[in-house]
Design a binder for this molecule. Structure first.
Ligand code: F0G
Length: 469
């Protein structure tokens, strides 16, 4: 495929600086071999996340000047509400400071409603997703729920390709509901694209089936939609029924198949900070009211959530900018380019998804057992070789069973290279590929790692490590 030129000009630049290997060795040693803890000034290419790290557009920046900073009833809130209604056809909007800000509202509210409606109080609830993102899982568990992921059997098999590897396994969804009982399931989360499965898209057909099943059992569906525009782009490319539609039209159809929308706007909507919680209509009015109350307590008055007026204006524009098809094409092409370049030099990858490249570290370092964290070993070496920061998605991230304390088994040992939007050029991607070329030559000599400090929860953020010699 021919590489199309970027359909934008870059007019604000941020300097980055290369360091020496000795400087990087020292910087990594100082933070206990955890790249999460590095100072960003010590990183040359930062592929830790695509969240809030991308470029913002001219239109978004200029919209900020229109901010109405009124504590309640801000004009900027209504601009955001209008955009959400227009794009997703959802009536009720609560802005939040980011995705997890919305999660801390809807998750306890939906659980409370289920308990009340079913006359249950202390029974354990179960929630289901194609695959929960860590914070969604964390909030659900924090509120006492058991979580069940029902991805496709092939979702984590990097050697198989598929158009919609992020889809729910419908059979597993059905059997989980039957086993657990719908009364004990306060919500189902459809994650688009499915971040944990490698940024893989979910088809409208699958979302529709999930929604129909949920309706049959009267279970609310939440669309976790940080990367809604990338998902719509893949639908246009891969789901023939929708190939003649625009990204906006596909987006509207997609959101028919949920009751609530929860968005980290730091991804596709390109804002450095911001999130959304929205309800399709008044059918879950009690939950909406509860979320408004929790919002006052935790985020701020419901017409600003955690955001200043200018940030709500910027987000309202960002939601539209996210759906520019030529930008989406350029972005997805970057991910594909990186996957193709890596595969050409023998680096095993999950097929290209939306926002990141997922390298099969388990296959690359077969001599390192899962509990010695091959993905993390690779992340450290990539930083030492080239100053590139990335993140492990595997046993380290998945952590221990909270009851038994035993390491939980991870479906794969991956290394994620998340690509911020419109931030790095093709030369940067070539640099990443060149770094992997060096890495592939030495990786059989790399050794596993173990903790020198292991925090009790969300350990990957603050843990410290040493190499096992
Ligand atoms: N849902 C999904 C699918 C996400 O990818 C994220 C964040 C969240 C919810 C939480 O949103 O960070 O705004 O509070 N993902 C980032 C990442 C952090 O690197 O993938 P948040």
């Amino acid at each position: 495929m021919e590489y199309i030129a970027e359909p934008y000009r870059i007019r604000v630049i941020e300097p980055i600086k290369q360091t020496t290997r000795a400087q990087r060795e020292e910087a990594l040693a100082k933070v206990g071999c955890n790249p999460f803890l590095l100072k960003s000034k010590d990183v040359f290419i930062d592929l830790l996340t695509d969240s809030g790290t991308g470029a913002v557009t001219q239109a978004m920046q200029s919209a900020m000047l229109k901010g109405d900073e009124a504590y309640s009833g801000s004009r900027s809130y209504f601009a955001l509400q209008d955009a959400v209604k227009d794009i997703f056809d959802y009536d009720l909007v609560i802005p939040t400071h980011q995705g997890r800000g919305a999660e801390q509202l809807y998750i306890p509210a939906l659980i409370k409603k289920r308990e009340k409606d079913q006359g249950l109080s202390k029974d354990k609830m179960t929630v289901i997703s194609n695959f929960f993102f860590d914070t969604t899982q964390g909030h659900s568990q924090w509120n006492g729920c058991k979580i069940v992921n029902v991805p496709l059997d092939t979702a984590f098999d990097t050697s198989t390709k598929g158009d919609f590897k992020g889809n729910f396994n419908i059979g597993a969804l059905h059997s989980t509901i039957e086993t657990v009982g719908a009364a004990h399931i306060p919500y189902i989360v459809s994650t688009i694209t499915c971040n944990s499965a490698g940024g893989q898209p979910v088809s409208i057909k699958n979302l529709k089936e999930v929604y129909q099943i949920a309706k049959q059992y009267d279970i609310p569906v939440v669309m976790d939609c940080a990367r809604f525009a990338e998902n719509a782009y893949f639908i246009k490319q891969r789901e023939p029924e929708y190939s003649h539609l625009t990204i906006d039209e596909i987006t509207r159809i997609t959101f028919q198949y949920a009751d609530i929308l929860c968005m980290s706007a730091k991804k596709d909507a390109m804002v450095p900070i911001g999130g959304l919680l929205a309800f399709k209509d008044r059918s879950l009015d009690d939950v909406y009211q509860e979320c408004r109350t929790l919002c006052v307590l935790q985020e701020g008055f419901p017409t600003y959530g955690g955001l200043e007026g200018g940030a709500m204006e910027r987000l309202a524009v960002g939601l539209y900018e996210a759906m520019r098809e030529e930008w989406l094409a350029s972005r997805i092409q970057q991910i594909q380019y990186l996957v193709d370049g890596l595969e050409k030099i023998g680096v095993p990858c999950q097929q290209a998804g939306g926002h990141a490249v997922f390298i099969d570290a388990g296959a690359m370092l077969p001599h390192i057992p899962q509990d010695q964290f091959p993905g993390h070993v690779l992340a450290c070496e990539l930083y030492r070789i080239a100053g590139i920061r990335s993140a492990e998605i595997g046993s380290l991230l998945i952590g221990r069973d909270p009851i038994t304390g035993l390491q939980r088994s991870s479906p794969a040992e991956l290394l994620r290279l998340a690509v911020p939007r419109a931030t790095y050029t093709r030369a940067h991607l070539d640099y990443v590929i060149a770094a992997f070329k060096l890495l592939t030559k030495s990786c059989q000599h790399l050794k596993g790692m173990t903790f020198t400090y292991e925090p009790p929860v969300l350990r990957h953020f603050n843990a410290q490590f040493e190499t096992i010699v």
